[in-house]
Structure formats: structure tokens, C-alpha cells
Design a protein around this ligand. Structure first.
Ligand SMILES: Nc1ncnc2c1ncn2[C@@H]1O[C@H](COP(=O)(O)OP(=O)(O)OP(=O)(O)O)[C@@H](O)[C@H]1O
Length: 453
């Protein structure tokens, strides 16, 4: 078979995997056109983890391999791993788990998985995607991956959920562009009343009602061959939900004032900041419609869950304002301000904050705190907002590394003690006072810490 895949592919064989078996797998992969090499200490690219049995050490190693690479776990033992072990491998970062049974077929399966993964990653990393959905935090990367997958590789309806200003509209537009099909027709469901909706959705014939001087196409006709984006779908009145369901099931509809069935094929993308599951439970949203529109779900995380993205997003918005080639940034104090403040309006609020800074700014050089409007400056002497977005971000990083609560609490306390002791010149009494603990309690804690290290 001709080589189709030019991936930096490595193989990591765990202890219990014999050299003979490893050679057999390698030969079969080469036969299929892949060119595997042994994995280095910190592998990147794509890798196969050959394993026979799953235990804590194997999971730990898979976790470290998957930190910098896309890892496919290949179970080469006589018996496939238990289901729980397969889930654990996914949890540890493997993107799939396959059993090695018959060389020729297995090599083809591995190749197909790697090709799909490679195509996905290329698209997710393409300039078009990166400039539309800016951000590199783990939560954001997971979303982008999911969006790219559904847009480029499926025709599935998509439901985008998330708080206001988190980028749902942005995601819908990207799904349309990556899908490469027809028009994007956007309907804001908050503006659809039962009286207006018939004409908006289905269109009407001339003279269908008073004022219908001309025939008009509705959203279903306009979206034929393209994408229909129903924004704020959670606001759709119940009678309209019933009508929409019928069109989704039959792909046919009638214009108002017409007896002729029209056909329309479109991809449906919906967005809402409501919990549609709660709406269904409360009888405000039809369960059958929910299951139709939510075949694939994406959640745009709020900015507080992606603190690492605040500065890259701010820089992105600034570059859009400053224009191509303009070198403009934020000085340290402004960066700190941007990181510490709250964003109830999420990315939209961050964008507006950057715009206000930019409009007040003049001349060359970075944006400085004087560019902040007086009513936006943090009140001096006022207690800082804590825990802030940076604290949350640090804790999230620990959680992502699967560090437990005890270690997180312990580390936070240890770091606080070290910092205060440094500031108080190692004076135990003064440090204890500042930390709100007794002198004795701090001494005991320091002794325990010294014994442990
Ligand atoms: N990841 C992102 N990268 C770049 N711009 C973003 C991103 N997320 C949001 N934005 C920008 O933030 C603003 C709000 O985004 P958008 O309108 O997509 O949010 P939304 O979730 O649809 O909000 P709403 O629910 O209020 O309609 C837009 O100006 C958009 O360009």
C-alpha cells in the first residue's frame, strides 16, 4: 500500500510487551505505509502505546506521554483489557483504545484513526480557526476540537450552549464556514412571535394576508443547501416548537397561503444560554425537539474557566483595533488589571474593555493604566477581589493534572506560609499573626514540613 501518512509516529512498548510482538506490530504498520520510530523521552506528534495489562504505573506513563502528543493505546495481550481499564486509559489522555488481533486489519484501523486525528488537529490549528476562536486553555481547546469535528466531518445538527458573550455566535459562523455549504441564515428566536413567525419561517404567497403585497421566501427556503442558525432557541414559543419539529422530521413545509409542499435540506445549528434540559423538565421545551436539535452538543466555557486565555484574547482584540502591522501591547499594570477583574459579560465584556482602553490611548508605546476610564479603576485600599481569575486558573491546572483536594489545600497553605515568612524575615510570631494562626500552630506546621522534606 502506498504511504499516505507523513506523521511523526512513534511507538512506546510497555514492559510486558515482548520485542517480537513489538517488531510484528511495527512491520504490519510499515506494510500499511506508516513509518513508526521509537518514542523519545518527551514525545510529540502521534504515538502508539503498546500495552499488555493496565495498572497505575501504565496509566501514569500514558498520562505523561499524552501530555505532549496524541496517543493511541493498543492492547496487545491475549485478552482485551476490562472496560473500566479502557475508560481509565481515555481518562489518562489516550484518544482511543484498540485491541491488536489480526495484523493487516489492525494496521488499517490504526491508520484510519491517526489520519482522522491528524486532519482534525490540522484544521483546529489552521489560521482560519485560530483567528476565529482565539484561546489555548484546555477547556477552549476541547471545545474547538469538538466544533471542528462536527463541522468538517458530519452533517449533524449542533446545539451550542453557554453563558452570554462566550462566543456561541462565533462558533455557529465557524461551523458554517468549515462545513463549506450554502448560505448561513440566522434567525433570532427572541424576535419570533406566533403572528410573525409563519411568514419568517415558511415565507408567504402574495395576498396570503393583509399587507402581503408580494410573495416572500422564509428562513427554511433561504437555508436550503446551507445552514439555518436559530439563535436563542430556548425562547421559541411552544406552538412554534411543534411547527419546527415537523419541518425537521419531514424536511417539507408550506408557505403561508399555499397548498404546495416545498422541500428544504439544511443543517441546523441552535444556540442558547438556557439549560434546555431544565426547560424540558419544566415543560417549557419539547423533549422530542430537544433530542432532534441536540444531536451534537458544544458548550462554550465562561471566561472564568479559561483565565489563561484572557491576555491572548485581549491582545487579539487590540490587534484588530490597531490594524495590521501595528505593534501595540499592554504594560504590566494593565495586564494585571485585565487578569484580576471580573467579566460577567465574558469575552464580549473583555472585548469592550480593550476597546475603551484603545480609544483613550494615544501615541506609540503600550497601553498604560492612565488609559483606564476613572470609573473603571480599581478602588484604592478596597479589598481585592479574591479568589480571582488567576487563583481559579491555578487551581484548575491542578485539577487538570488530577491532583486531589488534600494536596491542593496543603500546597496552598505551604506557599502562603513560605511567602509570609519571607516577608516577615522568618519571624514566626509575626508570620503567625498575619496568617491568623497561633504561634504554636505555625511552629508545628513548619516542623512537619521540615521533617517531610
Ligand atoms: N474565542 C473567541 N475568540 C475571539 N473572539 C471571541 C471569542 N469568543 C467571543 N468572541 C467575541 O466576543 C463577542 C461575543 O461573542 P458572541 O456574540 O459569539 O457570544 P454569544 O455567546 O453568542 O453571546 P450572546 O449569548 O449574548 O448572544 C464577539 O465580539 C466575538 O467576536
Amino acid at each position: 500500500m502506498q504511504a499516505r501518512l507523513h506523521l511523526p509516529l512513534w511507538i512506546h512498548a510497555f514492559e510486558h510487551v515482548s520485542a517480537a510482538l513489538c517488531a510484528k506490530v511495527t512491520a504490519a504498520l510499515e506494510q500499511a505505509g506508516l513509518q513508526p520510530a521509537p518514542g523519545g523521552a518527551r514525545p510529540s506528534g502521534f504515538g502508539l502505546a503498546l500495552l499488555d495489562g493496565v495498572d497505575a504505573a501504565v496509566l501514569e506513563r500514558v498520562r505523561s506521554l499524552a501530555a505532549g502528543a496524541s496517543v493511541l493505546a493498543i492492547a496487545v495481550g491475549a485478552r482485551p483489557p476490562a472496560t473500566a481499564d479502557m475508560w481509565a486509559l481515555l481518562e489518562a489522555g489516550a484518544f482511543d483504545v484498540l485491541n491488536w488481533t489480526d495484523a493487516a486489519a489492525d494496521a488499517a484501523r490504526i491508520q484510519a484513526r491517526l489520519e482522522r486525528r491528524d486532519a482534525l488537529q490540522r484544521l483546529a490549528g489552521s489560521p482560519e480557526v485560530r483567528s476565529t476562536l482565539v484561546g489555548a486553555s484546555p477547556a477552549w481547546r476541547a471545545l474547538v476540537h469538538s466544533v471542528v469535528e462536527v463541522a468538517a466531518f458530519t452533517e449533524s445538527p449542533v446545539l451550542i450552549t453557554g453563558e452570554t458573550g462566550t462566543g456561541k455566535d462565533q462558533v455557529a459562523q465557524l461551523i458554517h464556514r468549515l462545513g463549506g455549504r450554502g448560505e448561513l441564515v440566522v434567525l433570532d428566536c427572541t424576535t419570533l412571535t406566533p403572528e410573525l413567525a409563519g411568514s419568517e419561517l415558511f415565507g408567504h404567497e402574495r395576498g396570503a394576508f393583509t399587507g402581503a403585497a408580494n410573495a416572500r421566501d422564509g428562513a427554511f427556503a433561504l437555508a436550503d443547501g446551507g445552514v439555518l442558525f436559530l439563535d436563542e432557541v430556548g425562547e421559541l414559543p411552544l406552538p412554534l416548537q411543534a411547527q419546527l419539529l415537523r419541518v425537521l422530521q419531514e424536511h417539507t413545509y408550506k408557505r403561508v397561503g399555499s397548498n404546495t409542499w416545498q422541500r428544504s435540506r439544511f443543517r441546523l445549528v441552535c444556540a442558547t444560554n438556557r439549560s434546555l434540559e431544565d426547560e424540558v423538565a419544566n415543560g417549557r421545551f419539547r423533549a422530542d425537539l430537544y433530542h432532534r436539535i441536540a444531536a451534537w452538543r458544544c458548550r462554550t466555557p465562561p471566561l472564568r474557566e479559561r483565565g489563561d486565555d484572557v491576555l491572548p484574547l485581549a491582545q487579539h482584540f487590540l490587534a484588530l483595533l490597531a490594524g495590521p502591522g501595528a505593534a501595540c501591547g499592554f504594560d504590566d499594570a494593565v495586564r494585571e488589571y485585565l487578569l484580576l477583574r471580573d467579566y460577567p459579560g465574558n469575552v464580549r465584556e473583555l472585548r469592550q474593555t480593550v476597546a475603551r482602553l484603545w480609544y483613550r490611548h494615544s501615541g506609540p508605546g503600550p497601553i498604560t493604566i492612565g488609559d483606564l476610564a476613572p470609573d473603571e479603576r480599581p478602588a484604592q485600599g478596597a479589598p481585592a477581589c479574591w479568589p480571582d481569575i488567576r487563583f481559579e486558573s491555578a487551581i484548575r491546572a491542578a485539577i487538570d493534572l488530577r491532583i486531589g483536594l488534600a494536596r491542593i489545600s496543603q500546597a496552598a497553605a505551604d506557599i502562603a506560609i513560605q511567602l509570609v515568612l519571607e516577608q516577615e524575615g522568618d519571624n514566626n510570631q509575626r508570620a503567625a499573626l498575619r496568617l491568623g494562626v497561633t504561634d504554636r500552630a505555625l511552629q508545628i506546621r513548619r516542623k512537619a514540613w521540615a521533617d517531610a522534606h
